[in-house]
Design a protein around this ligand. Sequence first.
Ligand SMILES: [Fe+2]
Length: 391
Amino acid sequence: MLATPSPETRAEQVDMHELAPYVDAPRLRDARSGADGVVLTWEDGTEARLPWLWLRDHCACTACRHPQTRERLVLPRATVAPASEMHLTDGHLQLTWPDGHESRFDGGWLHQRRPGQAAASPLPAPRPWDDAYRLERIRHADFTGSATGERAWLEALIRDGLVLLEEGPLADEEVSRLATRIGPLRATNFGARFDVQSKPNPNNAAYTAIGLALHTDLPNWQHPPAIQLLYCLENDAEGGESLFADGYQVAETLRREDPEAFRLLSETPIDFRFQDEEQDIAICAPILACNADGRVVEVRFNNWIRDTLRLPAEVIEPWYRAYHRFWTLLHEPRHQLDLSLRPGDMIAFDNRRVLHGRAAFDPNTGRRHLQGTYLDRDMLESRLRVLARQP
Ligand SMILES: [Fe+2]
């Protein structure tokens, strides 16, 4: 008969001051010490060498890790002498250092962190919108009523950069209540919460009834807000459909079809700027930012708040050509998703990846009112990691 893990068995794990689970990872079967560290073998046959410096630095005793904050309390040294004693007990490693300090390591915890092993993560990888892409729709009641629903919403937003919540209440500030479940609202010069409806004396195109071409919000900030939530309270005016395009996908199309245009947009910083009576928020940054692997990780695109183009004269025309090419690709039907938000819908998107816009609407035919806010991506990822602690 298979033994099910009893509370006693689980209590045998070494407390590594770690909230992510590690109890189900394999235990240690063998440990051999040498001048350059310990060679460990786990029950599943994997083997790895851990240097003495690493082991001393990762001691989880209460002198080395704060038992409440789980933060590291010691500075690593430049060198460390090998442990003077080593034991394997119940699949865990126990070391005694020459100065008498004792360290215990959970075998499963070590298995998760052995060299060459990428950190396990519940976050899905971003997936550009290909032909198979379909907008993920989650019911409001599932999001608020179950961890499964909330997790599905978070995963879709991280993976696709866009997710629709449906059938929510027509309640003022529902967008803030939903956002606060994930993290604090991210405030900008438009406040922590904004209303998208036509209004007199607008200081932003969103507050008019005109059509809005695809754009990202606030690329003039050093850290533009990542996640935008738009909750629809009223939408019976004629027109006003929401438009979206995946910046990652379109940037890859540009790279493939016009590599020189891609190079110019990813290597040439340009100026973005918002100015009104109180503020002047500006930055110089490229339209496309790539990480060390060359993958596009951020799109800044907003033609309204592009500032004076300050480039060497010989780069100006090639840059305009590249910009126009990207603009044209973004607005091609193959890259664009149209959506008519219904009252009670909330669309959420990654503003540093997915561009958004809307068709013009006629304010004389009805009302259109959206409430919006922003969240940091850190909070989204944090919430998903916390939810993933539960199997
Ligand atoms: Fe916008």
